[in-house]
Design a protein. Structure first.
Lengths: 124, 322
């Protein structure tokens, strides 16, 4: 199942709706990297609200999405990690180090707003 | 109805205490209480019937001569009733069939005594009194065969020690379940998450943090972050006296989990001892945002959220056009 990628101004939004296979995740990464360049996007939001588990491969892929996008000039925010998922992740030592996070899509958009007077530490 | 209910709770009681048929068998084996002991005691039943009343009268005379035990029998009606129950108890010792029903009966008696706060010392003292009172009468009634009298007495002693074991278990069990309940209560009370500003939460941690509590704290915090849409959390650990590497890791996990949900955690109130021990333990706390005290933490949180606190006295001055 491929993930739909929506373009909202200079932000790309990838909303993951169901558990993805490793191949789907790789595909998502490649697709996002390509579109960031094509649309000259400034930000990427990966929405994982619908997921009830994030394993080590998914976490690693999301991190590589963030790093790749950063190299192409876009900030990435992961939004919608559920409490249970967050708890399970820290138990497994998956911390998404260096990736911005936000509570939900709205917060993620807020975080990427150019005019937002954001503290460098918030969301990182 | 009441009887049935009581029966039900006993069942649960001995199950909770893990006293199974198997357990009863093991206890008897350890006491070397065998079939011939049961038989010898059954033969004693006739003598027991005869001596039950005088023995019990002696026992209660003994009880009533001590202030500590007299207090339990102020009401003559109560005294009458417990004497009757005591007689049942006494006769039950020589009625054979020392299986699970017997054990349940003994556990119930122990529980009743625990409930009325009769300290184990008096309870055990009464067993001693019983053994002595019975021994004298037993040897009197079997004066022709002292060997047999002695072996019967030993059988009785085995059974009485099993009773004592069960009684002590009920006392310990009652104390333990009280402690367990209190512990649960403490845990529930000890992890409040408070909203002090829109999107700013306060998490005061007091006392000892172990793995289980750390888990509860983290889960509670994550739920509160979602419910309050919090962006900043001030975690105050002024009330945490000591921190070891395990606790530090728990705190780091809590901070990381909050971050995954998009909330930043500011840790405040590290005492100098705690700070020093963390440095000595070599725990990497560079990922922690720390501010000296709670006030500073709240101010920092407000600043991050874009609040500006203005003292009313200064408000006029600030508003004056320059």
């Amino acid at each position: 199942m491929s993930v739909p990628i929506l373009k909202q101004g200079d932000i790309l939004i990838a909303s993951i709706q169901a558990a993805l296979t490793d191949r789907d995740l790789d595909q998502l990464r490649d697709e996002l990297a390509a579109r960031v360049g094509r649309f000259r996007s400034r930000g990427v939001i990966v929405d994982v609200t619908a997921l009830d588990v994030l394993d080590s491969f998914a976490t690693r892929t999301i991190r590589s999405i963030a790093y790749t996008a950063k190299l192409r000039g876009a900030d990435t925010v992961v939004v919608g990690i559920q409490p249970e998922v967050a708890f399970a992740m820290v138990q497994l030592g998956l911390t998404l180090e260096g990736v911005k996070t936000a509570l939900d899509l709205e917060e993620g958009l807020e975080l990427l707003r150019p005019a937002a007077k954001k503290d460098i530490r918030l969301g990182t | 109805m009441a009887e049935a209910r009581r029966g039900g709770s006993e069942q649960a009681f001995s199950n909770e205490m893990a006293i199974t048929e198997q357990e009863v068998v093991r206890r008897k084996e350890f006491l070397e209480f065998h079939h011939d002991d049961a038989e010898a005691l059954s033969k004693l039943n006739e003598v027991a019937q005869k001596y039950a009343d005088p023995v019990i009268d002696d026992l209660y005379r003994h009880f009533l001569s001590f202030d500590e035990t007299r207090a339990f029998f102020r009401d003559p009606k109560v005294l009458e009733r417990v004497k009757r129950l005591q007689k049942e108890y006494f006769l039950r010792l020589t009625q054979g069939d020392y299986g699970s029903d017997y054990v349940k009966n003994r556990l119930r008696i122990g529980t009743v005594h625990e409930h009325i706060n009769l300290a184990p010392k008096w309870y055990l003292g009464a067993y001693n009194f019983y053994l002595r009172a019975v021994a004298l009468r037993l040897f009197d009634s079997m004066s022709s065969d002292p060997r047999k009298a002695f072996s019967t007495f030993l059988s009785l002693m085995k059974l009485v020690f099993m009773d004592i074991g069960l009684a002590v278990d009920t006392y310990i069990y009652a104390r333990e379940s009280t402690m367990r309940k209190q512990q649960e209560a403490i845990q529930e009370l000890s992890t409040p998450v408070l909203q002090i500003r829109d999107r700013l939460l306060l998490l005061p941690i007091i006392g000892v943090i172990d793995s289980q509590r750390a888990r509860l704290v983290t889960e509670g915090l994550l739920r509160a972050i979602r419910a309050n849409r919090a962006k900043v959390v001030v975690m105050d650990i002024t009330g945490v006296a000591t921190i070891d590497s395990k606790v530090a890791n728990h705190l780091l996990q809590t901070v990381t989990a909050a971050r995954l949900m998009g909330a930043m955690v500011i840790v405040t109130g590290l005492s100098s001892e705690v700070a020093q021990s963390l440095v000595e333990l070599g725990i990497d706390l560079t990922r922690l945002n720390t501010v000296g005290d709670l006030q500073g933490g709240i101010e920092e949180g407000e600043r991050l959220l874009g609040y500006r606190l203005v003292h009313e006295g200064d408000a006029g001055a600030a508003a004056r056009p320059v």
